[in-house]
Design a binder for this molecule. Structure first.
Ligand code: ADP
Ligand code: MG
Length: 478
């Protein structure tokens, strides 16, 4: 089936062809005709399946008819992060080249004056993060009564970030008669509740089981002890032994992101970092270095990396097993995008057993355990392994594989990968005293604490210092 079969306009089809898409993805195939018919829609599909174009394309045609009114955006797209909002805006720019649609982006800090001016004239599409939108609404700068099309994108991320109350409030400000589209990778109960309340007789499209992971992604678990230097050692070996062209490495904490990036650079890897403590311009700059290939490794925290869409990421590494199973799906979804294949490794310490069990329960997929590439894991210093629910644990000390021996000598640099400048001497074991007193459990936040930490990680949604997307400079045809 081609895009032409979906009922899109010729102008739009030309833009799609120019953008290089030849075939709609399954979610696009199913969603686009419904959206064009004006139906409410729930679209559940794993990350990287093309949900953005599933709503952007039909919206361009729907909004192509009708005209703007001062202060009243005609449609509203809610995104959980500034990066995602900017990505959706880029999509509108790309596919909307043959249409004269006006847009505004409300993501905090973007030259508010210009944004308000655009809103005053009236925009066809308003793309916003919930916090910023509520802020501007509260100041009377915007009316939502003319907004007859609402998109709640990445709903499960919204939930994770505590945005659901804001979204509920926004929904009540919109006209009752409207079209509402909700997209999510997973459908946890609070999202279901939101949909029940604010969508009218929606068509539900589910292209894969909720929270199932992309089958193009080979998933592996490597058991390691919780010692930081052991984990870094294992990670370096994995970066060397696999065909890693570009990789995103996820850590649970900002400090780990910083430390790991420092360590990788010290070992001669070309890496950059992105986390919530960095201001927006620094985040964008680091992301650009990664996109341009100046570096091929990006060390990231969850919030900063959420939804990042970079083509051709060959590997995702979970340096820390994620605390929340949904994060696992999102993290590994950074690879295997747009039909490509990818590999995801998760370093798992004995304390992570419970998290992994939750991930496997959510995804319904038993992740393959592979031996650690580091032969001498200082296992005797590690806390006693906990048994997973399944009972069996993997062998603690796997036999070194053939490649491991090769890895002892500096590996030949592979294409696009900087070989480490030198091999690290075998790390001296940390003093036993220190290891014993290490409060492993305490470092992990209690379950209730997790959301707070995740919010903290990104800081308040209070400033966009990044480049202003081109479309904001467009003059609006009256
Ligand atoms: P999601 O929101 O489902 O995680 P995105 O909308 O960000 O996914 O799309 C993931 C990637 O797939 C993007 O790089 C996008 O350009 C690409 N993509 C989307 N639709 C198509 C298509 N029909 N053909 C090829 N690539 C596509
Ligand atoms: Mg998306």
């Amino acid at each position: 089936m081609s895009f032409a079969d979906l009922g899109l306009s010729d102008d739009l089809l030309r833009a799609v062809t120019d953008a290089g898409y030849t075939e709609p993805t399954p979610i696009q195939r199913q969603a686009i005709p419904s959206v064009l018919m004006g139906k409410d829609l729930i679209g559940i599909a794993q990350t990287g399946t093309g949900k953005t174009a599933a709503f952007v394309l039909p919206m361009i045609d729907v909004l192509g008819e009708g005209r703007t009114r001062a202060l009243m955006p005609r449609s509203l797209i809610l995104e959980p992060t500034r990066e995602l909002a900017a990505q959706v805006a880029e999509n509108f720019e790309k596919y909307g080249v043959n249409h004269k649609l006006s847009m505004a982006l409300l993501i905090g800090g973007v030259q508010m004056g210009d944004q308000v001016k655009a809103l005053e004239k009236g925009v066809d599409v308003l793309i916003a993060t919930p916090g910023r939108l509520m802020d501007l609404y509260g100041r009377g700068k915007i009316l939502l009564t003319g907004c007859s099309l609402l998109v709640i994108d990445e709903a499960d991320r919204m939930l994770d970030m505590g945005f659901i109350p804001d979204i509920e409030e926004i929904c009540t400000k919109l006209p009752k008669v409207r079209q509402t589209l909700l997209f999510s990778a997973t459908m946890p109960p609070p999202i279901k509740k939101l949909a029940d309340r604010f969508l009218t007789d929606p068509k539900t499209i589910e292209v894969a089981r909720p929270a199932s992971t992309n089958t193009n992604i080979t998933q592996r678990i490597v058991q390691v002890s919780a010692t930081a230097h052991v984990k870094r050692d294992v990670l370096r070996r994995l970066l060397q032994q696999d065909e890693v062209s570009t990789a995103i490495i996820f850590c649970n904490r900002k400090t780990t992101v910083r430390d790991l990036n420092k360590s990788l650079k010290k070992h001669g890897f070309r890496s950059a970092e992105i986390h919530g403590d960095m201001d927006q311009s620094a985040r964008i700059a680091e992301l650009d270095r990664f996109k341009n290939g100046d570096v091929n490794i990006l060390v990231a925290s969850d919030v900063a990396a959420r939804g990042i869409d970079v083509k051709g990421v060959s590997h995702v590494f979970n340096f820390d097993a994620p605390w929340h199973p949904d994060d696992y799906v999102h993290r590994i979804g950074r690879t295997g995008r747009g039909g490509a294949t990818g590999t995801a490794y998760t370093l798992v310490t004995p304390e992570d057993a419970e998290n992994i069990a939750e991930i496997e329960k959510l995804t319904g997929h038993k992740i393959e355990r592979v031996p650690s590439p580091v032969a001498t894991d200082d296992a005797e210093d590690a806390p006693a392994p906990k048994r997973t629910r399944g009972g069996k644990r993997e062998a603690k000390k796997p036999e070194p594989r053939r490649e491991d021996v090769a890895a002892e000598t500096p590996a030949k640099p592979k294409s696009r990968r900087a070989a480490p400048a030198r091999e690290e001497a075998a790390p001296a074991p940390a003093p036993r005293e220190e290891q014993r007193s290490r409060p492993v459990r305490d470092e992990r936040p209690a379950r209730d604490d997790r959301r707070r930490r995740r919010d903290q990680d990104d800081g308040p949604d209070d400033g966009w210092n990044g480049p202003i997307p081109d479309f904001l400079n467009y003059t609006i045809d009256a």
